[in-house]
Design a protein around this ligand. Sequence first.
Ligand code: SF4
Length: 486
Amino acid sequence: MRKSRLKEINVIEKPTRDVQWRIGLVYPNSYSVGMSGLTIKLLYHLLNQHQNIFVERVFFSETLPGPPKSIETGKILSQFDLLAFTFQFELDYINAIKMLLRSGIPVFAEDRMEDHPLLLAGGPTVTANPEPLFDIFDVFFSGEFESVAEIFLEAVISSKNGILSDSILSVPGFYTPDTFYQLSPGITSNLDEVNYPTAQVRPIKPLKKGVLDGYFLQISRGCTHGCHFCLIGKYFRPQRERSLPMLKNLIDRGTLDTKTEFFSLIGSSVADYSQLKGLLDYFIKKKLKFTLPSIRIDSGIDVLDSIKQTGLRSLSIAPETALEDVRFKIGKKISNSQISEFLHKADLYNIQEIRLYFILGLTSGIVSESQEIVNLVNNLADFYPIKLTMSVTPLIPKRGTKLVDKCVNYKEIQEGFNILKKNLGKTIRFKSFPVHWAAIQAILSIGGRELTPIMTDIANDGGSYQSWKKNFDMEPIDYYLAYYCR
Ligand code: SF4
């Protein structure tokens, strides 16, 4: 265990004499956001597999002054050979630029010299639309990294006397802006055959209540469904599963190596996992605790009795909209009576809390979308004595998805939120994603290279909402409606 202010287990250390290449694994958001997801833990493990390549984590901090430093040895970004940024949210682009500015690294690729680190960008938002980052990063990656991890490390090592970018570009999935359009994201065909960490890096003290913690057990990748707004349903198909024997093995070894009895199950459509009952039975047998991500209403209903036996008392489901015909149209073939039936059965099986995820802006009639949500959720609350928590997000059209051309009226969505706040029953907890930030996210998820200089100015200005407004010379919602509504 490492001695530092931040107490973690499974931190990797390597003797300096062995290290030929230093990679900064950069998560352009806070430590707690980064460490409550699987991505950093997985990449940290995979990239550290070669004894001559040392990978350290660097997170963004709004409050710590000066250049960002690595968790492991306190290195600043310019001391690495390669900086691998992973992007899960478009809004993190500004944090990434701020990190470069604070480190004295030129933001635009054309301004950097040979002795600057090579900048690499990957992650789901980059897979969907890398264009706003094309003038900043040198190399891009599209797809699931574990299938090419070993080849990537060999490419880095073999470039010892050569040029790092040339070697990396020979690995499937890596490209430059010039070669982008020849590429489709690479996926991992057999999850049992790829390396997966049993000793996962994690803070000893839980991050905070409600965030994922313990051992992160990825049970599947991709999704069999194709909801029209979803990047996973578009880019990471088909659904692939880890086998039950493999998961049991990971549970046993993860308990020991990560020193935890708590498991966060990871997968985009966990209730579709064909061996879910067997997996839950194993948790029961081993007396281990776990959390599930949002589950499909149609497949989830069949495993409620197993879930009951595990002692889990809260679940998340995603009706997306209360309008049945719209739900069917966007690819989610679930009726309102199935939602009601799910709550009925959940109540019978002693589930005490259900979190409901909705999207607002799927139609042009946002007022009626909101009223229908109020009717549906109030009815559910009247019928079932289950605590209901709602999370409502404005639609954010993503490149590559079927809803990319949907013009979202974010002004009306604010009205929709007001209707929800005013009319939802008092016992229902309601959370919404701010509309103005959703509009900015929409611009970044569908925009192109024209955004890079604007993003740089905004990062220079501090990246607040006011700086977006100043640099767009208007409210971001108006900017979206003027330039990106198709
Ligand atoms: S079921 Fe979930 S993960 Fe699958 S396509 Fe729909 S929204 Fe995406």
